[in-house]
Structure formats: structure tokens, C-alpha cells
Ligand binder design. Structure first.
Ligand code: AHR
Length: 306
């Protein structure tokens, strides 16, 4: 844990209102929209000025957006880095400019920069644990026997890397669980549909799909149905995020389960900034306490899903 001033961390004064940047990576999914809304709603509630940028899926644009916030001398920056390595240098640029930066949702290259020294902290979900939890459920549900199609998130992103590793590490002990195909579907519903449409033709013996997020799973469910399969019966689907439409798919029996990855960062992120300004020690990692949804709790969780 570290407080302002420790290890050269930028100082932040106590104020009633702050002017902060939120440099969103893209806005092409329910999850991203919910994350943005959470940040905007909380800024509004506190009466803070939130400068919002949308990099539209481009790491170059996200880098430029952070630089523009540094140039505007904002009080602090909240950064959900689209990819780990490319966004690392601007973290150091913010530090050099004396602007506290909070990495949220996805990590930066932790070999190159350190929380509590170069940026304040990381706030987000444990993507590796998410992959393990999805695998654990699949093993239990299938009795340890499945031919799996894995739909990967966008290449180079930490959720894609960690969710694959968590899942694969867990299934090592279960030789009956075989990943027969793995391909990126870019975390989008459209690509989930397109990729699944092709893969199910080449791998008609697949009995399960592990999608790194709900959007891809929902696209893949449609593709499987159009290809003549019955999702939930012929093919078991498991994914990550826990968005409302995924819980609805669970209730309808199409999706088996989803591991929550909460996009509700606003209250936690801004409270952490306030604590930091107040001189409190901030842990290097603040990990979200995520839920797990299957048929046993999907209906009662609908109202609290995004
Ligand atoms: O970084 C969060 C992950 O990225 C979410 O699971 C996913 O939906 C988003 O694209």
C-alpha cells in the first residue's frame, strides 16, 4: 500500500470538487456503456467535472486521449487500458506531469510500471479467477467431459490473456475437457456470431462453448441455433460479465452460467481518489467482489444486473 508522496507518487489536494479524466477504450458493448454510465453518474452525483474520451477501440487514440488530459492539467486520470503494453508509457508521463493516475478494469504492464510507485492503484476484477470459475462450473456441469470451442477476447487485452490462462490451468487436471478450437471474436456479439458460425461448421462435434464475455456468448448462441443446434441442450455455454441479457439467456436455458465482472466502477473509483487525497494508504490492488450466476440465482439477480 502507498499514500501520496510515497515513491514519488503525485500529490493531490483535498477539494470538494475535482476535474478528472476518464479515457474509455471503446463503447461497442453493453459492458463498456455500463462502465461509462457508472463513472458519469457518480461524477454527476458528486458534482465533479468528468472529461470523457472514447478511443473507439484504438490504442493509439487512447494514448492520445491520455496525453490530451495531461496537457489539460486535470486533477486525476482514470484509465481502463485497452491493451497492457502500449498504454504503459503514458502512465509514466502522467506521473512525470504530477497527475495521479488510477488504472481501472484492465491492468498495464506490471513488469514496467508499479502500482503505489508509478500510478496510484489498480481497481478491477480478477480475470484469472474468472477463467477458473468458468472452468470449474463447466467441469461440474459436464461431469468432466466436453469438447470446447473457446471464443477469445481481443488479442493483447488482459481479460483475454488471463481468462484463457485461468480456464486452461484449471482444466489441466481434467483430460476429458478438451479445447478443440480457440479463436478471437473481439469481445463483440457480432464477431461472436460470425466466428461461431464458421467454427461450428468445422467442429460439429463441439459440446461446449467458453466465451470470454457475454456478448460473444450471446452471438455464438444465435449462430449455434441457426446451424441447427439447441443451445443449452446440445451445446453448453459459459461466459463472463453477468449482464442482464445474459441472465435472461440463463433463465431461457440457452446460457448455462456467467461469472460476474462488474462494470460499476464509479463509486469505488472516486472514493479511492478521495481517500488518496486525504492521505490514506491505498492498497496496490483493489479487487472487485464478483458474483456468479446460473439457473439458481439468475432470476432474482436480474434487477441488480447491468
Ligand atoms: O475489461 C473488461 C472486459 O472487457 C469485459 O468482460 C468485456 O465485456 C470487455 O470487453
Amino acid at each position: 500500500a502507498a499514500a501520496q508522496g510515497d515513491g514519488g507518487l503525485p500529490k493531490l489536494a483535498v477539494k470538494s470538487k475535482y476535474r478528472v479524466c476518464f479515457n474509455q477504450s471503446e463503447m461497442n458493448s453493453t459492458w463498456r456503456k455500463a462502465q461509462t454510465k457508472s463513472m458519469q453518474d457518480e461524477a454527476k452525483r458528486l458534482g465533479w467535472t468528468l472529461i470523457f474520451t472514447n478511443a473507439n477501440g484504438s490504442v493509439e487514440q487512447q494514448i492520445a486521449d491520455v496525453r490530451s488530459c495531461i496537457a489539460q492539467r486535470v486533477d486525476a486520470i482514470f484509465l481502463p487500458p485497452r491493451e497492457e503494453k502500449p498504454l504503459t508509457p503514458v502512465v509514466l508521463e502522467a506521473k512525470r506531469a504530477g497527475i495521479p493516475l488510477f488504472v481501472i478494469d484492465r491492468t498495464v504492464d506490471e513488469e514496467a510500471v508499479k502500482a503505489g510507485r508509478d500510478y496510484v492503484t489498480f481497481i478491477g476484477s480478477d480475470f484469472y479467477a474468472e477463467g477458473r470459475r468458468a472452468a470449474e462450473w463447466l467441469v461440474k456441469t459436464t461431469g468432466g467431459k466436453a469438447k470446447v470451442i473457446e471464443l477469445l477476447g481481443s488479442p493483447g487485452s488482459t481479460p483475454a490473456i488471463d481468462r484463457a490462462n485461468g480456464f486452461h490451468d484449471y482444466i489441466k487436471k481434467y483430460p476429458g475437457i478438451q479445447v478443440i478450437a480457440a479463436q478471437t471474436a473481439q469481445f463483440t456479439r457480432e464477431e461472436g456470431f460470425n466466428v461461431m458460425k464458421r467454427l461450428i461448421r468445422s467442429y460439429p462435434t463441439a459440446t461446449a462453448v467458453y466465451a470470454h464475455n457475454d456478448e460473444m456468448a450471446l452471438g455464438a448462441i444465435t449462430a449455434a441455433r441457426e446451424a441447427g443446434f439447441t443451445p443449452g441442450t446440445d451445446i453448453t455455454f459459459v461466459s463472463i460479465d453477468g449482464q442482464r441479457s445474459a441472465l435472461e439467456a440463463i433463465i431461457l436455458g440457452k446460457l448455462g452460467a456467467t461469472v460476474e465482472c462488474s462494470p460499476n466502477f464509479g463509486p469505488k473509483a472516486f472514493q479511492t481518489l478521495k481517500d488518496y487525497a486525504a492521505g490514506k494508504k491505498i492498497p496496490a490492488r483493489i479487487i472487485n467482489d464478483d458474483r456468479f450466476f446460473d439457473l439458481s440465482n439468475a432470476l432474482k439477480s436480474l434487477s441488480s444486473a447491468f
